[in-house]
Each structure stands twice: as C-alpha cells, then as structure tokens.
Write a protein that binds this ligand. Structure first.
Ligand code: CUA
Length: 347
C-alpha cells in the first residue's frame, strides 16, 4: 500500500494531460482580468523587494567605524525614512491594490437566482442568471447537478464538470457540510461554498480543453484531495455528452460485469451510491451511473483504472483517510474483479 501511496503523485503528473493549473495560464475572460491584477501585483512586489534589498546593501556599504563610535540609539534623526518608507509608501501601494481588487470583485457578482425557481415569476433579466449547473461541495468531493426545466433532462454526476466552450455558464454553489471553495485558476477566481448560503459563479472557457482546479478553503483532513476537473468541450461535443449522461446506466454485457452488478446491488455499495436504471439509489457518495467515463476517482485524486478502483474499494481509508468511503474487505478476489469490471463499463 505504501508503494501505491508514494507512486500516486508521480502518476498524476504523468497522466495529467490537463493544462497547467496557474492564475497566469488564462483560458477565459474572467481569468484574463484576474491575471492582469496578478501581474500588476507581482511587478509591484518585485519592485518593492528590489528597493528594499538595495537599501539594505546601501546601508552595509555606508557603514563606518566601530559599534562603540556610533551614536546612542535615542539620538533621533531618520524619522522621515520611517514616515515615508514605512508608512506613506506601503499605505499608497496597499490602497491602490485594495481599490483595484474591489473593482475586480464588483465585476464578478456572486449573487444570482436559485435553480429551484421553476414556475415562479422571475425578475426581469433573471432568466439569463438562472444556473445551468448546481455544484454541492462535500467532504471531499463535488456533487454536480445538471439542471433542466424538463425533469427528464436533468442528471447528477460528480467531480468532472463538463461545460461548453465559448459561452458563459452560470453555476450555483452550495455546501453539504462545511465551507469549501471552487477554484479553477485558468477560468476564474475563487468563490466559496457556504452552508445555507448559495453563491454563484459564471465561468467561460475561451478554448476547449481540460482545466484543473481544487478546493481552495481548508475543509478537513482530505482538503488536498478535493480536486476539480473542468472539461470544456466544443458545443456539439458537449451536447453529445449531455445526451449520453442523461441515459440510465448501460446494462452489463460481459459475464464478469454481470456478476459485478450483482455484487454492487446486493452488497453495501448500493446503500451509498446511485446508479440510475438500477435499484441502487444511495445518496451519500457520488452518483456512479457513468463512472467508467470519468478520468479520475475519489475527488479526482487517483486515476480511474482497475488497480486504483480495486484499491479504493478495499483500502479507501489508506488512500484517503477519514473519507466516508469505508474499507470493504469482505469481497473475494473474484468478486472484486467482477465489481471493477462492472464499474469500468458504466460509460
Ligand atoms: Cu473542500 Cu477544501
């Protein structure tokens, strides 16, 4: 198990085809504006740092005589340095950054119209503000609801958020337990998920691609294993994905997968997880209807392959201690392989 643990960060690096997770790697209008401020701040801080080091070096170079010859410390003088360098300039720099930050915040309102407003009279202009996606933060994964006025077209998935590129998408953010924060640096800034207080974020990806992000608010033991994946697709590709996700789970075809379905439905899995089209209707953990099509498991912490799925079922508490997923040690090797075969074909 230790080998699995030490190998995983390297594996993630090797398998990561997503773009670099950085505020400066912008792929949307919101992140571009934020990057402008980030560059400004970086340059200002670099200038301040160079000036400070310059002054320290100048002080060293100017130093004369022995300590004994120096004037007593209460002699006075040098107050202008403290007043200008220590108060006036920092106040000016911090005020400018504060005002620029406030202006940027005002450009991205986080209020909106809740998704569950069907049938109610909407204020003017509210239709465009209606969220298309509702994300609920959990310790330590993301529940993702695709909303629709037509109930049969709505569905639930987890952790991997598909959006159409080139268009603004309204997302409502809620929390199921503690505070989390939604942050995909290539697309936008951070918006918190606060229990009892829905927030909204509007993201637009100017290019199709895979953008990594993560929970940016400390939320417990596995905060660092609460990663995000936003897959921005060309509009027709996105429509096809939506269409496919609305379908109930595929019926297992192979002998192994059929046996695995039995293991899933008759075992503890179905108490916590939902697989649409089967009797499994648990809502404690992620919806697994199309788990086979996702790139990662466990809050995007590990690659979605046979080995990690088997490890996750049997040793979740070693991979992600304190997660709600228990160690399920009761399966035989054959049952485990069948179970994983079933999950993998749920595409
Ligand atoms: Cu969720 Cu940190």
């Amino acid at each position: 198990m230790r080998r699995v643990l030490t190998a995983s960060p390297l594996l993630l690096l090797l398998t990561g085809c997503a773009s670099v997770q950085s505020t400066f790697n912008t792929h949307g209008p919101a992140s571009e504006r934020i990057a402008d401020l980030s560059w400004f701040m970086t340059i200002v801080f670099l200038v301040v740092t160079f000036i400070m080091w310059g002054l320290i070096a100048w002080g060293f170079a100017k130093r004369r005589g022995t300590l004994a010859e120096h004037a007593p410390i209460n002699e006075g003088g040098g107050q202008a340095w403290i007043a200008i360098g220590g108060l006036a300039i920092p106040l000016l720099v911090l005020t400018v950054i504060f005002v620029l930050g406030l202006r940027l915040l005002a450009a991205f309102p986080i209020h909106g119209v809740k998704g569950g407003m069907e049938g109610m009279t909407m204020p003017a202009g509210a239709q465009e503000l209606k969220p298309e996606i509702l994300i609920v933060g959990h310790q330590w994964w993301w529940e993702v609801h695709y909303l629709s006025d037509t109930p049969s077209e709505g569905f639930t998935t987890a952790n991997e958020i598909h959006i159409p590129a080139h268009r603004l998408i309204n997302i409502e953010l809620q929390s199921g337990d503690v505070m989390h924060s939604f942050w995909v640096p290539s697309l936008h800034g951070k918006v918190d998920l606060i229990p009892g207080l829905p927030n909204f974020i509007r993201i637009e990806a100017s290019d199709s691609g895979i953008y990594k992000g993560q929970c940016a608010e400390y939320c417990g033991a596995q905060h660092a294993h609460m990663l995000l994946l936003v897959v921005a697709q060309e509009p027709d590709e996105y429509r096809a994905w939506l269409q496919q996700q609305r379908q109930p789970a595929a019926e297992p075809m192979s002998q192994n997968a059929m046996a695995g379905q039995g293991v899933f439905l008759n075992g503890p899995c179905s108490l916590c997880h939902q697989i649409r089209g089967t009797v499994a209707g648990g809502n404690v953990g992620p919806d697994l209807t199309h788990i086979g099509g996702r790139q990662y498991i466990a809050g995007n912490s590990f690659p979605n392959n046979d080995a990690y799925l088997e490890s996750w079922v049997t040793h979740a508490q070693s991979l992600k201690p304190e997660a709600q997923m228990p160690d399920l040690a009761q399966f035989s090797g054959e049952q485990l392989r069948d179970l994983v075969a079933y999950l993998r074909q749920l595409r």
